[in-house]
Design a protein around this ligand. Sequence first.
Ligand code: ATP
Length: 304
Amino acid sequence: MLPAIEVKHVSKRYGAVHALNDIDLEIHNGEFFALLGPNGAGKTTLISIIAGLSLADTGDVTVMGHHVIKHYQQARLNLGVVPQELVYDPFFTVREILRIQSGYYGIGGNSRWIDEIIERLDLADKADTNLRALSGGMKRRVLVAQALVHKPPVIILDEPTAGVDVELRQTLWDFIKQLNQDGHTIVLTTHYLEEAETLCNRVAMLKQGKIIALNSTKNLISTLASGQSIQLKILPDDLPPALQSLCIAQAHGLYELRIENYAHIEVILSALRGANVQIVEMHLQQPDLEDVFIKLMRKNKESE
Ligand code: ATP
């Protein structure tokens, strides 16, 4: 099967900045894929190149088999991008802008799908309101709607939930998950790693224009995260000697102890009881994507 997106040897410089450095990436059809990385890693640059909005210095990109430069029109029919920045035309209503957008793609008689998008993104109340009168969160919903108006098989969302309230986040993810279940390929960039962990099957981590990790979310967590631990605040604030070898960190009055499994917690509790130490606070830490992210970024800094 054709990959949804294929990026081959893509590089891009802005003066001295190597925004993308020989990127190779294949995103499979039907994936829910996360493109993660710190500020300035090159995520938006890569998305602009995939969208044909920016030219790579070297390399090739295809969307559903269509070269994004040589077959621009075919490629863009297959792709919907929700941009990071709130760009909008203030003079039209929500419904008008979606009709106009359909026209750009040469799609007539699209009102059923437009109605469905408006409904699913909870924009029905605002469908006949001018964009300038909408709040930031509402404008973001319209950007999502605009990206979906031509029902593209591949959808890229560049930080769609930045500055967005909990309710919209939920509405948006329910809709995007449904689209993914219906067969659409979804690519997401976000700084909310919890979101990426829950939603995405596979993750690429970018740093300074290079992919430093590419794997399934599950594999990344199981191979790179630190494992389970338990954080304890105790009284008196003195860890019994029997537990000192388990201690991996100590900060803000909390001891962090590594645990192998849940049964290990009983051993710790009994050691504390035996030493007459009282527990004031206790947290269980599960390995997560944030852990992997921090570890990889730190590791890369050390090797620079
Ligand atoms: P963020 O998480 O902050 O959105 P990002 O991963 O999307 O970051 P990019 O916006 O792709 O990062 O930027 C990658 C690098 O290229 C940065 O160093 C940025 O300053 C630089 N850059 C991006 N666009 C331009 C431009 N038009 N002119 C000059 N430099 C640019």
